[in-house]
Design a protein around this ligand. Structure first.
Ligand SMILES: Cc1ncc(COP(=O)(O)O)c(C=O)c1O
Length: 422
């Protein structure tokens, strides 16, 4: 296990105690809603997290005071909007520990970021017979783009197995790497199980063989400090909406030389250096990958979400959430007929479970009547469901504003499920 990441996920009592969850909850207006006449207990953060007032206000302020299109305008408002937009890029670079803001490409989300790498790096560098290594616990967005490339180019997909607890099997991974491996594309944290992948080792083993690594960091960035340079990741992607920011904005981090060596993704305005009918030349990264008007307000909102997390300290968030995970694991394990799916030794605050008396969808529907929002289904990770021999799980995924009291509310609601179906 990677010591750095173990440390970020270990409950540190002092950090956790310093974390004032009640004050934090006041920043999230939606949390004071009632659902079915009960206080909302929002435990679907793995799908999408709620937004603090600071993010909502930053986006409104842009629209109310300084909105215009970016990069191309000479007027004052366009320059203000451009400054706000590029500040979002600078904040994102700092947040990830990137060497330069040029390494941050904005996309619609993590899905588009992975598709971008498959469509540019993959299409231009990989040929029939080349191998891409993924793991058994990838989200569909880190499986399907590579399958599309397989269909187009004849590349081969190799899948790293996971053990019965949902641990990434490092030895099996090392054996899969060979002269034909041209890319490793793995998740940082499984959205379906919560398992943390030992990324340092994964990347080290790949780099020993000069293989670049793409990391899907969607479920990691809201829960732990990520430093792409310390990890030495070649590509790292995430979505703004899971990081307490808006939808419609995602990030592709790529090492600058690597990005500049890749052909563009889409063609259009803002990504060109010059255009004639005979020949077009392209800007360098990141702009060569950002054709057309970007998601201006969403980048400003993402910047505000990053500011919000920065002032909280992600180590304190990680410590607090580790406490929530431990509490939820203990309480849920005590429920008769409930099985936690995914018990990896290194886990983030995500608990997937099944009950012998009810299907996951019934569980989700019944607890909703108590105001408790959880996810039920395959979580866009059908191979994980197949691996555990289930068609679906119920999943509680925690965020920095959740409390032990809310876990108690979930446990009570699951008692109702037992009463109705048991
Ligand atoms: C691990 C992981 N990767 C990728 C995605 C896709 O993110 P998006 O739909 O925001 O592109 C998700 C979303 O659930 C995820 O959990």
């Amino acid at each position: 296990m990677d010591d750095n990441f173990a440390a970020t996920l270990t409950a540190d009592d002092n950090l956790a105690k310093a974390f004032d969850v009640e004050t934090i909850r006041k920043d999230f207006p939606i949390l004071s809603q009632e659902v079915h006449g009960k206080p909302l207990v929002y435990l679907d953060n793995g799908a999408s997290a709620q937004k603090p007032r600071q993010v909502i206000d930053a986006m409104s302020a842009l629209f109310e005071t300084s909105y215009a299109n970016v990069h191309r305008g000479v007027h004052a408002m366009s320059q203000q909007a451009t400054d706000a937009f590029e500040a979002g890029r600078d904040k994102t670079a700092q947040f990830l520990g990137a060497a330069s803001s040029n390494e941050i490409v904005f996309t619609r989300g993590a899905t588009e970021a992975i598709n971008l790498v498959a469509a540019t790096y993959g299409r231009s560098r990989l040929k029939a017979g080349d191998e891409v290594v993924i793991s058994h616990m990838e989200h569909h967005s880190n499986i399907v783009p590579w399958q599309m490339l397989r269909d187009e180019k004849g590349i081969v997909l190799k899948v790293v197995p996971i053990d019965d607890d949902g641990n990434f099997m490092l030895d099996a991974y090392a054996e899969l790497l060979g002269p034909k491996t041209k890319l490793v594309a793995v998740t940082h944290i499984s959205n379906a199980l919560g398992s943390v992948v030992p990324l340092k080792e994964v990347i080290h083993l790949a780099h020993e063989r000069a293989i670049p690594v793409l990391v899907d960091g969607c479920q990691a960035v809201p829960h732990m400090k990520v430093d792409v340079r310390a990890l030495d990741a070649d590509f790292y992607v995430f979505s703004g909406h899971k990081l307490y920011g808006p939808t419609g904005i995602g990030v592709l981090y790529g090492k600058e030389d690597l990005l500049n060596s890749m052909p563009p993704y889409q063609g259009g305005g803002d990504m060109i250096a010059s255009v004639t009918f005979e020949k077009t030349t392209y800007k360098k990264a990141p702009h060569r990958f950002e054709a057309g008007t970007p998601a201006i307000a969403e980048v400003v909102g993402l910047g505000a979400a990053i500011d919000y997390l920065d002032q909280l300290d992600l180590d304190a968030v990680a410590a607090y959430e580790a406490g929530l995970l431990a509490y939820a694991t203990e309480k849920l394990s005590a429920i008769d007929g409930l099985k936690i799916q995914g018990t990896a030794k290194d886990k983030a605050a995500i608990v997937s479970f099944t009950m012998d008396c009810a299907h996951a969808h019934d569980i989700g529907t019944i607890v909703d009547y108590s105001g408790v929002a959880i996810r039920a289904g395959h979580h866009c990770a059908q191979p994980v469901m197949d691996r555990f021999g289930v068609s679906a799980t119920a999943r509680a995924s925690f965020g920095l504003y959740n409390t032990r009291g809310e876990i108690d509310a979930l446990v009570d609601a699951l008692g109702t499920v037992r009463e109705l179906f048991g």
